[in-house]
Design a protein around this ligand. Sequence first.
Ligand code: HEM
Length: 181
Amino acid sequence: MAGLRPIAYSTTQKALHWIIALMVMILLPVGFYMKDRGLATNFDALTDRLYTAHKTFGALVLLLVILRIVVRVRRGTPAPEPTLNRLQIIAAEAVHGLIYVLLLMVPVLGWFGVSAYGARGILGGFSLPEVLGKDTLLAEIILKYHGVAAIGLLLLIGAHIGAAVLHHFILKDGVVKRMLR
Ligand code: HEM
């Protein structure tokens, strides 16, 4: 099978794309908001609930992204649209690759950060596995990079959506339809 590419994204690939996209687009604003709210209210009950939800859905994104990468490696992706030139293909692959890297890095940093903070509790009374011993200073540094990486992810998503809008409404080619039904 090596070298053979599917003619289209599978239903699983499309579903994972849109579920992860939706979750990340909620996690980003909630992440910024809960942090500000925590500082403003000295961690009121709602802030606490937002943190718990953020950690839970963030960890779920990590699992879904790993699943998505496994599916991608096993099944492959359709060849680029024939209308794209070399530069467009390289730019798309670079942005997609970086998005994958950050989709792994952001939740991993969050998980390592809360682990070092000693705040691994998530929804349902569960706890994320402990990966670092308690070290508040280290936790603060890791969570700072979690925020920086999340801003990087936000910028890349902006570029990704910008390209999708360009393809769909201006170039009017079939690029965006590949990820739709
Ligand atoms: C793709 C998944 C995730 C995204 C997009 C995301 C996004 C964000 C964003 C934008 C912030 C605000 C950063 C700031 O203002 O400095 C934030 C904060 C935070 N996130 Fe995440 N996050 C994700 C996953 C996780 C996970 C899995 C955990 C932990 C298990 C986590 C724990 C936290 C914590 C504790 C904060 C507050 C940091 C602080 O108070 O300094 N996040 N997140």
